[in-house]
Structures are given as C-alpha cells and as structure tokens.
Design a protein around this ligand. Structure first.
Ligand code: MCA
Ligand code: AMP
Length: 506
C-alpha cells in the first residue's frame, strides 16, 4: 500500500526546481523548497504526537506554510482540518470539541483566545503565522528535509471540512484520499492543466474551492500558482499578465468588471477563467465576454462531493448553466420527496454517485444516512433541470441556504442566536440580492413586547458570537412574521419585501 494522494499531488514533478508558488511579494517557492518544508512539518507533527488518522486543526492566514501543512498531513497520514479565519472563538470551540484534534495551530494574535479551547479538549496548541514564524515553525526549523511517506489506503481520510447545517450545527464532511485524488485527476484532464500553466490563486484555502479545486489541480499538473493572500483587485490586475488561468467565485469576476483597467489586453494570454461556488449571473457571463473575449467556464460542486459538473473547455460554455456531469460521476435529477428519477426537462433535486462522494459526516451517522437514497445516491439539495442539450441548470435550493460572496450561511444558525437575545420573540433570516456578494444576509426580528429592542444594540450583542460574514448586514423589526396556513414563515414574502435593500449599495 502506498500513498497515492501524496504521490499524485506532491511527488512526481519533472523539475523540482521550477517555481510552485509566487507570493504577493514576488518571492518564489520552488516545488523542491515546498516539499522540504512539508517534510519538516511532517516530522514536527509526528513529534507532537500526531498519528495517522489524527486531526490537525488550523485557523491561520493563507500562506505557503498553511499549504505546506496540508502536504505534511497527507504525507504523515493525518487529517487536515482547515478553519475559516472569520470564525469566532465560540465557533472554534465547537469544531474542536466535535473533531477532537490532536494538534491545533493558530496565529500568535489569537493564541490567548484559543488556549482555553485547546486546554478543554486536551489538544496541543502551537502557533504558525503568515510570515512563517511561530512555535510550530521554530520546532520545524531543525527537522530533516525528507520524510518517509506513511502508506494510506484510498478510503483513509485526508481532510475534514465543516459545512453549515440546516439545523444550525456544522457537520464535518470526511473526505478520503480517493475522493480528493479522483476529482483532481478528472478536473486536470478536462480543463487541460499542465506544467505550463500558472494559476492565479486569490481564494481562501480553508474551503473546497481554493484548497482542492485550485490547489490540487495545480499540484497534480505541476502548474505554478500566483498565491495571493486574498482577493484584492489591484493585486489581481497586477498578476494577470503572468498567469494563464484563474479560478474564482462570481464576486471576483464582478469586481474585475467593475474596474476599467480590466480589458481584452489584460486577459489576452489567459487560457481560461473558471467560476463556481455560487451562481454566476448570465449578465456577468455576457459582460465578461464582451469585455475580454473570454467565456467564463462555470462549474458546480459541494464540499461533500468536490466538483460535480463543468461546462466544457472545448465546445459551448452556456451562460446560466453549470455544464455536464464530470467523467465517472453518475448524476440524476430526482423527485425531492421520493427520489424517483425525473426525465430531462423537469425540475428536481440533483443526486449523484461517484468516487468523489464523501465518506459521511464525522460522528453523525443519522445525518449522513439522511443525505443518501437507499440506492446510494447522494442528495445535494440543489434544484436543477437538464436542458435539451444536456446542460445542467441550477434553479434553486431545496435547502434554506444563503450564499454570500461564495460563503454559505444557514439562516437557522443566525436565527437561533437572534432568538436568544433579550427582547427578541422570534426572527427570520434570509438572503437578498447584493451587487458585490450576489446575495447578502438580512434579518427581521419580532419583539417580545412593545419595547422594541434597538437593532444596533442587537447587532452589537451578536457580533463576536458568530462570524462577521454570517451577521445580517441589515436588521429590521416587524410586528409579526408572515406565515402560511401551516404556520411556516414565508421567507419568499420577506425576500420580496426587502429585495431592494442593497440596490443602491456600492
Ligand atoms: C467578507 N465579508 C463578507 C464576505 N466576505 N460578507 C458577506 N459575504 C462574504 N463572502 C465582509 C467582512 O465581514 C467585512 O465586514 C467586509 O465584508 C470586508 O471584509 P474583507 O475580508 O475585506 O472582504 P473581502 O476581502 O472583500 O472578501 C470578499 C470576498 C471573500 C473576496 C468575496 O469573501 C472571498 O474570498 N470569498 C470566497 C469564498 C470561497 O472561497 N468560497 C468557496 C467555498 P465588515 O466590514 O462589516 O466587518 S467552497 C464551495 O462553495 C463549493 C464546494 C464550490 O463549489 O466551490
Ligand atoms: P458548500 O456547502 O460550501 O460546499 O457549497 C455548495 C453549494 O454551493 C452547492 O450545493 C450549490 O448550492 C452552490 N454552488 C456551487 N457552485 C455553484 C454554481 N456554479 N452555481 C450555483 N450554485 C453553486
């Protein structure tokens, strides 16, 4: 038994001394330097008591080191558990309690907040900062530059990514070595990534898009990446001329279109622009083509499945669609209630089977079972239709989910928090159109009595308890929530009522 994921992603590069990462400062990290750093990190993990199958949780800024830690975990058989840096200590406490990591890595500034969380769970705690310093880096500095790769089976776990749940409780999606490798191989092939590509990487690396879709594909192909800490229009415009490909959420593309410097010349030598994580408006697709001559390639996926469909690299990329099922994936549109497959042209829920489908939610066998049909199909919760030419068009979500700037927010989590606040009788949280984020979170509260709580005070009370991007950008007060005859809150009415809240926003 070898370690196919490590070998596939990290081992076989023709020229180890070619660039792998080009950082914002212009510093180049070669494949060789990266692998040596990863090997030192793998030794350090083992020295910290990390054994194959143990979780390593990290909440640190995007950096060469954060990525090397991913390679190190794959190499020593640990499970990589990256967490959004926007998560609060309360969120972190939940993830740590649930995942019971052997080691937690945080940056120096959050050490004091994380220390009690680590202490409760008995996890070791070390620091690793974006500039490559910290107690973990210190410990790794004298470690050997080669590490004997730990053998792993394809079904062994490589990563946990937490996804928000309809009930408000996040679930750890368990991804195996095979899940990651099979999907990266398919994407590399259909998008034709090679060692001549340079990918513009401005996504966070704590989610599927930036970590697996972008990084795994680049690694597998031996491509290099311009590795930016976050999306900044100036940085992206400066980096574009040296890149051949870019991946982003729709907000990246609308922001680029909002900048007059972004034109045909700047995109001339680009091979492909790929979009996903949230719906790309057909208007954005059209405007992008008019401005640059490129048709954005839109694809669709989920944390639990990696990528599911893609528009073709060659052939028509249809605006408003997410293309065809990837090779090796068996996709069907089914009746949301019964799971009975529906004919093309009818709207139903997207269900699939394939080597990309995850191993289940960590320690939640019932929740896992509920997401699968008896015949083994995974139920995505996305509503879609297959058009006459076979393209999948996502038309909505069976789940009560908001996608804001590519981040998912389940209203229930925010509503539970609002309902706990003094003076709040009940609340409803929903998404409305936003010019930058696509959708943005808005909340409505109903007060307990005549004494209506001050919405600004309420916002202040919940800040710090929930990640900033999940907090309502506007909070309104209503006398009551609209309900149907079954007593269910009619969010469609609220969405309609508040749909123009951001129409004048910039
Ligand atoms: C930041 N803010 C947001 C968001 N991001 N609010 C709502 N939605 C957001 N996505 C808020 C901050 O809290 C802050 O609020 C203010 O905006 C500015 O924060 P800043 O960090 O400066 O924002 P930014 O740098 O402009 O970031 C916006 C962004 C970023 C570039 C769109 O959110 C981003 O990189 N999103 C990508 C997410 C992603 O990778 N998703 C893939 C998930 P205040 O000023 O009030 O404090 S994987 C997935 O979905 C599946 C599997 C798939 O198919 O890929
Ligand atoms: P996550 O839970 O973060 O993995 O997000 C997965 C969800 O993002 C999917 O279930 C879809 O609802 C949505 N999504 C991803 N890509 C697209 C896309 N290209 N168009 C529309 N929705 C998308």
């Amino acid at each position: 038994m070898g370690n196919a994921l490590y070998d596939g992603l990290f081992a076989p590069h023709q020229d180890r001394h070619s660039p792998f990462l080009i950082n914002r400062s212009g510093d180049i990290v070669t494949h060789d330097a990266f692998l040596k750093l990863a090997a030192r990190f793998a030794h350090t993990l083992v020295a910290q008591g990390v054994r194959p199958g143990d979780r390593v949780a990290l909440q640190i800024a995007k950096s060469t080191e954060a990525l090397a830690l991913y390679a190190a975990c794959v190499q020593c058989g640990a499970v990589y558990l990256p967490l959004n840096i926007a998560y609060t200590p309360t969120d972190l406490a939940y993830f740590v309690e649930d995942a019971t990591p052997q080691l937690i890595l945080c940056d120096d500034a959050s050490y004091d907040d994380v220390r009690p969380i680590a202490a409760v769970s008995g996890a070791s705690l070390m620091t690793l900062d974006a500039d490559g310093t910290g107690s973990f880096a210190d410990a790794a500095s004298s470690a050997p530059e080669t590490f004997a790769t730990v053998p792993r089976a394809g079904t062994d776990l490589a990563a946990f990514l937490y996804t928000s749940g309809t009930t408000g409780r996040s679930k750890g999606a368990m991804l195996s070595h095979d899940n990651l490798l099979s999907n990266a191989q398919v994407l590399k092939d259909i998008w034709e990534f090679t060692d001549r590509d340079r990918l513009l990487h401005a996504l966070p690396i704590f989610h599927t898009h930036g970590l697996f879709v972008a990084t795994n594909v680049a690694l597998l192909a031996g491509s290099s990446m311009v590795f930016l800490p976050s999306f900044d229009t100036d940085d992206v415009i400066a980096a574009l001329p040296q890149c051949t490909a870019m991946m982003g959420v729709p907000t990246f593309y609308t922001r680029l279109l909002g900048d007059p410097r972004f034109n045909t010349a700047l995109a001339a030598h680009m091979r492909v622009f790929i979009s996903g994580s949230a719906p790309l408006l057909a208007d954005t697709h059209k405007e992008f083509e008019e401005r640059t001559g490129h048709r954005i390639l839109e694809r669709y996926g989920m944390t639990e499945t990696n990528m599911i469909t893609s528009n073709p690299l060659h052939g028509e990329r249809r605006a408003g669609t997410v293309g065809f099922a990837l090779p090796g994936i068996d996709l069907r549109i089914a009746d949301p209630e019964s799971g009975t497959p529906l004919p093309d042209g009818e709207i139903g829920v997207v269900e699939l089977k394939g080597p990309n489908v995850f191993q289940g939610y960590w320690q939640m066998p019932e929740k896992t079972r509920a997401e699968f049909r008896d015949d083994g199909y995974f139920i995505t919760g996305d509503l879609a239709v297959i058009d006459e030419a076979g393209y999948l068009r996502i038309v909505g979500r069976a789940r009560d989910l908001i996608i804001s700037g590519g981040y998912n927010i389940y209203p229930k989590e925010v509503e539970l928090l609002l309902d706990e606040q003094i003076g709040v009788k009940e609340s409803a949280v929903f998404g409305v159109p936003h010019p930058d984020f696509g959708e943005a979170v808005v909340g409505v509260i109903v007060a307990h009595s005549e004494a209506v709580p001050d919405t600004a005070a309420l916002m202040a009370a919940i800040s710090g308890k929930i990640a900033r991007f999940k907090q309502p950008k506007h909070l309104f007060t209503e006398a009551e929530l609209p309900r149907n005859t079954m007593g269910k809150v009619q969010k469609n009415i609220l969405r309609e009522r508040y749909k123009s809240v951001f129409s004048k926003a910039t």
